[in-house]
Design a protein around this ligand. Structure first.
Ligand code: 4NP
Length: 180
């Protein structure tokens, strides 16, 4: 759904207005470890773009932490994603200040990620690029963040994938409507 059609979301509007080229958005998803939530968000976004035959987007993911640099996503997340047709092949990397030059939107999964990203932003304009993933969910979802599944069971991974599926679709729909 085009979120801006139904909700008053000034932060989202402001962020979309600052996207350099709305037809070629550059989006970075960020979580703590970059082995569960953000590589899954990257995979979901790429899958939505493929389904819509949309070209010209740049999509990547990174972590605020440095525990798993170079690793593939967590085997549990890869298994749950594979059941939905997603192959997650991202290699873990840490977010860095230069990412604020390379991306238009930097989407954090929870409040801790958001706080770390805001602190890393080199300028106030760059801070506007930082958005919570939960902002992209419709209000029927009662989540104000994407819960960390690392210490959870199977249900935690499924919940994350459900939330990311909706959030990435809403981002695509909202961005497309905004650019037309
Ligand atoms: P993620 O989950 O932030 O969704 O990738 C985590 C992965 C690893 C750790 C924490 C969260 N860890 O502490 O190693």
């Amino acid at each position: 759904m085009n979120l801006l059609e139904y909700f008053d979301l000034p932060r989202l509007r402001e962020a979309l207005e600052s996207v350099a080229d709305i037809r070629h958005p550059r989006v970075l998803f960020v979580c703590l470890g970059n082995i569960c939530r953000s590589p899954a968000a990257e995979g979901m976004m790429l899958s939505v773009l493929q389904e819509k035959h949309a070209h010209g987007w740049t999509v990547d993911s990174a972590g605020t932490g440095n525990y798993h640099i170079g690793d593939l996503p967590d085997p549990r997340m890869r298994a749950h994603a594979r059941r939905r047709g997603l192959e997650l092949t991202h290699r873990c990397r840490q977010v860095r200040e230069a990412d604020f030059d390379r991306f238009d939107l930097i989407i954090g999964m929870d409040d801790s990620n958001i706080a770390r990203l805001r602190a890393l932003a080199p300028t106030p304009e760059d801070e506007l690029k930082v958005l919570p993933m939960a902002l992209l969910l419709s209000d029927k979802r009662h989540f104000d963040h994407i819960p960390d599944p690392y210490y959870e069971g199977a249900e935690g991974f499924e919940t994350v994938l459900d939330l990311l599926d909706e959030g990435t679709r809403n981002l695509y729909d909202t961005m497309s409507a905004f650019g037309s």
